[in-house]
Design a protein around this ligand. Structure first.
Ligand SMILES: Nc1ncnc2c1ncn2[C@@H]1O[C@H](COP(=O)(O)OP(=O)(O)OP(=O)(O)O)[C@@H](O)[C@H]1O
Ligand SMILES: [Mg+2]
Ligand SMILES: [Zn+2]
Length: 537
């Protein structure tokens, strides 16, 4: 049985001609090699999985191939084979991420003065060089300044900004580029062809997009796709494979957002980056989920396509205007993505914006196992919700059975009416006219007459809450401002003014707003409760 070998390792290019993309680097290196003008230190920079280590090893062969210094190492001589096999005595590969200590660096460099054992040059490949400690850098610097003739340094890093300029200035620097999607897809097609694995071309396009410019990530995803598809690569299955991972990650993102856990949010974004998920797709999917959430709140009982239960549990966490805003941020950030320093940064900023712009959010998130309510809105910790002290009260009045209920504080009673969905909306817009002999008379203004079909539902909800039989009549007529909605409207208008003023003056919000293109949607500013009033989160 042959051991499983990851495609990324198996298909590491062994010559410049096998390498995909990075022509600008290859051309410069070829020229230098062919003209014999060699530098003693090279630095390759670029994001993960774009060929830094690969090029470093090819270059080591160019230096040491037994056919002579060449841009086309033979690949068959002992030196080429030993370098490919990682056992060439004159090639030292150091992973600076794990060998950051100055002693190790010094020991390594002390060896540099001795002549190579079997090759032409001693080649030091120092990967992730930005991870070296300052003192390790310093001890390297001496050798970099006056390197022995027989020594070549090849440094690689994903983060050149962290490499001291003194080191940078002594290296010939090459910036590797992220892999274009088409090149990745072509490479995957080539590899699958060689491996005899059947595939659908659109599946490779999906993988290439998800890989975010990293050839290694595309190959890891391809490994998964082959396993997932049982030896073939189909578009639908790849879509599923990428999609399910992403949906789960995004549900986590929404939950962290609801709990206002910035740390968890950033961790999730990091995990998504490590799994090579596409941030463009993630923002798109996030917008879909926010849309579904808004829909569930607007139309209680609305079925959505995916993750019904998980989304239903989340629906109470935001009020409608906040959801609108979060949706806008997702859509807008997607447009901004090409302008972001990199997609990961663009995605993180989007999440931080969402975190900053949750003015109407309650600090608590319902336990994940809680069964979804029939109507999420009834539990919505919106700004208009009752004060915290009232929120935890049991819905039933503590009135002994048989004693007729009192409707004197009708707005207060409506506040306590929960789990009634649109019936609750009807109650919110209704005024109490009179109550006599078990019959409650309400008045709703013409603007809200569309809520009348929920009358029977409201009656049942009131009966349940009061634990008493009730008849209910609702007239349509001119309102006098006594409904809960009207009372809250008046209070909110005042608090809204206050909230808008303070949110606009908040320096952090101002900065974020400017990066959003100067658009703060004022109707989405929601004053918080009590002492939180006017705070933006
Ligand atoms: N330009 C490329 N052409 C073909 N394959 C590539 C290329 N770049 C990367 N790969 C594939 O990805 C794998 C990893 O590449 P490599 O180790 O060179 O990446 P790297 O840039 O050093 O990444 P890291 O920063 O993660 O170390 C290779 O084994 C190879 O299969
Ligand atoms: Mg590498
Ligand atoms: Zn050779």
């Amino acid at each position: 049985m042959t051991a499983f070998q990851a495609l990324a390792r198996k298909w590491r290019p062994r010559s410049f001609s096998e390498l995909v993309g990075q022509e600008h680097v290859v051309r410069a290196l070829r020229n230098a090699l062919e003209s014999g003008r060699l530098h003693h230190a090279y630095l390759f920079t670029g994001t993960r999985g774009v060929g830094k280590t690969t090029i470093a090893r090819i270059l080591a062969k160019c230096f040491n191939c037994e056919t002579g210094l060449t841009a086309e190492p033979c690949g068959t001589c002992a030196a080429c084979r030993d370098i490919d096999g990682g056992r060439f005595p004159d090639m030292l590969e150091v992973d600076a991420a794990t060998n950051t200590k100055v002693e190790e660096m010094r020991e390594l460099l002390d060896n540099a003065q001795y002549m190579p054992v079997s090759g032409r040059y001693k080649v030091y490949i120092i990967d992730e060089v930005h991870m070296l400690s300052r003192s390790a850098f310093n001890s390297m610097l001496k050798t970099l300044e006056e390197p022995p003739e027989h020594v070549k340094f090849i440094l690689a890093t994903t983060d050149p900004q962290k490499v001291p300029v003194t080191v940078l200035s002594r290296c010939l620097q090459f910036g590797l580029r992220p892999m274009p999607r088409e090149l990745i897809a072509d490479r995957l097609a080539h590899i699958l062809g060689e491996e005899g694995i059947p595939f659908e071309a659109p599946a490779l396009a999906l993988l290439a997009q998800a890989a975010q410019g990293s050839m290694r990530d595309s190959l890891s995803l391809l490994d998964q796709a082959v396993a997932f598809g049982g030896g073939r690569v189909r578009a639908a299955e790849v879509g599923d494979m990428l999609g399910t991972v992403e949906r789960q990650a995004l549900l986590g993102v929404l939950q962290a957002l609801a709990r206002q856990e910035g740390g968890a949010l950033m961790r999730l974004a990091q995990e998504m980056a490590e799994r090579g998920l596409s941030f463009d797709r993630a923002l798109q999917e996030l917008a879909v989920m926010l849309h579904d959430l808004a829909l569930m709140r607007a139309v209680p009982g609305q079925e959505v396509v995916e993750d019904q239960a998980a989304l239903a549990a989340l629906a109470p966490c935001w009020d409608d205007p906040t959801l609108q805003l979060l949706y806008q941020i997702a859509v807008q950030s997607r447009k901004d993505l090409p302008l972001a320093p990199d997609e990961g940064a663009g995605f993180r900023m989007a999440l931080l914006r969402m975190l900053a712009f949750q003015p109407g959010t309650a600090p608590s998130f319902p336990a994940a196992e809680r069964s979804p309510r029939a109507d999420p809105k009834a539990e919505a910790p919106a700004a208009a919700a009752p004060a915290p002290a009232q929120r935890g009260e049991p819905p039933a009045d503590s009135r002994p059975r048989g004693v007729p209920p009192s409707f004197d504080d009708w707005p207060g009673m409506v506040q306590r009416l929960s789990g009634a969905g649109m019936a609750h909306e009807l109650a919110r817009h209704s005024e109490m006219v009179r109550y006599a002999d078990g019959a409650l008379h309400l008045l709703v203004d013409a603007e809200h007459r569309h809520l009348l079909p929920y009358k029977e539902k409201l009656r049942t909800a009131l009966e349940a809450m009061l634990d008493a039989d009730l008849r209910l009549a609702i007239d349509v007529g001119p309102a006098t401002g006594q409904s809960l909605a009207a009372v809250e409207g008046k209070e909110n208008a005042e608090r809204q003014r206050h909230a808008e003023a303070s949110i606009k003056n908040d320096p952090f919000v101002r900065e974020v707003t400017e990066s959003l293109g100067g658009k703060l949607v004022e109707s989405t500013i929601k004053p918080g409760n009590g002492q939180d009033q006017g705070e933006h989160r």
